[in-house]
Write a protein that binds this ligand. Sequence first.
Ligand code: ATP
Length: 448
Amino acid sequence: MPEPTVATMDKIVSLCKRRGFIFPASEIYGGIANTYDYGHYGVLLKNNVIGEWWKAMIQERDDIVALDSAIIQHPRTWEASGHLAGFTDPLVDCRTCKLRFRADHLGDVQCGRKPSKHPGEDAVCDLTDSREFNLMFETTIGPVKEAGATVFLRPETAQGIFLDFKQVLQFARRKPPFGIAQVGKSFRNEITPGNFIFRTLEFEQMEMEYFVPPDEAPRWYEHWLHERFEWYVRLGIERERLRLRAHDPDELSHYSSATSDVEYLFPIGWSELEGIANRGDFDLTQHAQHSGERLEYHDPQSGARFVPHVIEPAAGVGRSVLAFLCDAYDEDEIGGEKRTVLRLHPALAPVKVAVLPLLRKDGHPELAREVYEGLRRRMKAEYDEGGAIGRRYRRQDEIGTPFAVTIDHQSLEDRTVTVRERDSLQQQRVAIDALAGHLQARLDPDPA
Ligand code: ATP
């Protein structure tokens, strides 16, 4: 049986806060439900995750193009997609404690009066019948609420891709199989609380719609299951803590003939990281009917016309960040002292190298600055001269910096520095002139 890492959700939350990765939003006003802000290292980590996704979609293939569609689309979009009628959660209210719960998550949350019990378990609980509640956030276009048009913040990025299918087909001169990829914010009025950034009201998605001839859909579905699973493994997640789980027939969305989730063994148990669905021709057909536009592929050579089927890998940025953090989190001991370390893949690490003068005098800072200036043009580097060297190493370990370069007395004599590796703690002397090349080779040992 695979084991989760030594990370607990509390440890991750506290490390994220301590080092300024991620923290509750609007904290000076007491916070706001299920909403978080990303600080400096959090932004760098998140951007690296997104960058690796784009790399896998665009740089390493030539059958996918990029798109950035609007968050607020024409309201009929959500009629056609089925979100207006069907994107709902079943909710119950408790007349006693006045709290609202998801009827299908009662076992995951605490009773408002008796936290040791679940809602409905205590004699004083008085739950209403469950009602369907739409997860889309509504707003209004125009200055007067009553006279304005009601619109919605998108609950997924995918629909913008379907709306632009015809455009992309024309300007990108593609023929199926080809994909359209997009990264952006989505919004859902989620009421299940807790679990840090696992489930938030606003979150970024990395979604790609892959349009294929109908008879090729099963083959491409298998292809994307494999590709997406291996992406997480390549970026350092332990294979044993990942699994693919196929949806049971009664779990499938109405439009999907097959869906599998990539699940990760989070500290809260196996949970969805990404969904990969065979959506058939549902979306293009619906938008064609509602808009009156023909959304199909016409092969100019053979004259054949068909509505492509769609394979969709849909991942969450925040959930991926959380999985990478949990998997990288480790604790060990150096010289009898406990160390917390993030063993992040170098491609994801917010900072690649820290430059540390041993002393704050005797010419160390001047040479260290020179080394830093030479490195920062090539990779994300950080200069730090504050505090004891051990504490500075510890700080870099906690943010997952793969290498620390130390400038000492010997450096002034022979222009060499010490390179300390985060995971093995091995130290090696390297000439300053060869330093950037040395680090680059170790950061990306297999650039091919
Ligand atoms: P869940 O069952 O956990 O609510 P879902 O099946 O509704 O998720 P999808 O609609 O398939 O999720 O969205 C694709 C991905 O977007 C999810 O795998 C997840 O990574 C991410 N995601 C969805 N909802 C949220 C949310 N509220 N907060 C953070 N990430 C989310």
